[in-house]
Design a protein around this ligand. Structure first.
Ligand code: SAM
Ligand code: DTB
Ligand code: SF4
Length: 328
């Protein structure tokens, strides 16, 4: 019997357990399942752990845009590429809180603040901590993504009341060097360990459409699912191609392959929130509906991601409405 057959829903009641020892072969067998079996299994596991109608809504704000010294090949904010994004200073606290209030009024339960830094300076971190305190006082969950953190910086953020830290693995360890050269995969794992040790929830996922092969998507999911604890939030981004970056103009990812990645994340990390993240602007409603059926239960909401457009508010509300889904 092939591995794919052995993972058939009929023969493997054990699928759905929380495990940290996923092998590449096991994840490859998930990807090799007939699409309907894969989706069936993902939806079954989703229903065991979540209300399938509920979608958690996060809104993003770029609190420090552009001028980043890193060379991430997909990113609009790297100084290495001419993308037309201007470098700006860290936003003032009042302006951030005004945006958070608007996001809350529009239905977001979590406010995610992103900064285009390799890692924060301690002086900047104090200002971000004030933002976290202010957003929490509005009654929202907080998430920040500021680049690499030391252990003491993670503890300082925890002290400020931070709920989530976003730091993505981005791709497989094998493909990583083709995308980023200014920091290593191990640097990322180290930051994730600092965040975890500080007691902050981890938001960690990756990007699909970076010119990787299916083996890389398998390897990325196996790596995420083999972390000592699963990230509480797993954002799966579809590359937003930004003109001027090395990855613009590459082949786009097939929507079915994207849905398979979402389903594999749901099956291997059954209790994590799986976020259908960047790239929804370029996806059909039908592809997004399939992502929800495959176990995605969170989205970024609002007209802008960090520097690129997101789906319009009303279009999202209409889609959730058509699907009978409700903000959690
Ligand atoms: N500078 C910090 C860092 O890289 O850790 C935080 C912000 S960074 C923009 C956060 C994540 O957004 C990246 O790790 C990547 O996964 C995602 N991202 C950035 N640009 C993207 C793009 N064009 N398409 C899809 N995802 C993207
Ligand atoms: C994540 O995984 N996706 C978000 C968030 N974490 C910070 C960022 C998406 C950025 C998309 C490109 C842009 O708008 O610049
Ligand atoms: Fe800088 Fe983050 Fe963009 Fe990489 S992804 S260039 S670290 S802002």
């Amino acid at each position: 019997m092939s591995l794919a057959e052995s993972l058939s829903p009929v023969t493997t009641p054990a699928l759905g357990a929380v495990r940290h020892d996923w092998t590449r072969e096991e994840v490859a067998a998930l990807f090799a399942l007939p699409f309907s079996d894969l989706i069936f299994e993902a939806q079954r596991i989703h229903r065991e752990n979540f209300d399938p109608r509920e979608v958690q809504i996060s809104t993003l704000l770029s609190i420090k845009t552009g001028g980043c010294p890193e060379d991430c090949g997909y990113c609009a904010q790297s100084v290495k590429y001419d993308t037309g994004v201007k470098a700006e200073k860290l936003m003032a606290l009042d302006a951030v809180l005004a945006d958070a209030r608007a996001a809350k009024a529009a239905g977001a339960s979590r406010f995610c603040m992103g900064a285009a830094w390799r890692s924060p300076k301690d002086r900047d971190l104090e200002q971000v901590c004030a933002m976290v305190e202010g957003v929490k006082a509005l009654g929202m969950e907080t998430c920040v993504t500021l680049g690499m953190l030391t252990g003491s910086q993670a503890l300082r953020l925890k002290d400020s009341g931070l709920d989530y830290y976003n730091h993505n693995l981005d791709t497989s360890p094998e493909h990583y060097g083709n995308i980023i050269t200014t920091r290593t995969y191990q640097d990322r794992l180290d930051t994730l360990a600092h965040v975890r040790e500080a007691g902050i929830n981890v938001c960690c996922g990756g990007i699909v459409g970076l010119g990787e092969g299916e083996t890389d998507r398998i390897s990325m999911i196996a790596t995420l699912a083999s972390l000592p604890s699963h990230p509480e939030s797993v954002p799966i981004n579809m590359l937003v191609q930004v003109e001027g970056t090395p990855l613009s103009g590459g082949e786009t990812i097939d929507a079915i392959d994207f849905v398979r990645t979402i389903a594999a994340a749901r099956i291997t990390m059954p209790k994590s929130m799986v976020r259908l993240s960047a790239g929804r602007e370029d996806m059909t409603d039908e592809a997004q509906a399939l992502c929800f059926v495959a176990g995605a239960n969170s989205i970024f909401y609002g007209p802008k991601l960090l520097t690129t457009p997101n789906r319009a508010h009303d279009k999202d509300m209409q889609l959730l409405d058509r699907l009978g889904m409700v903000p959690a």
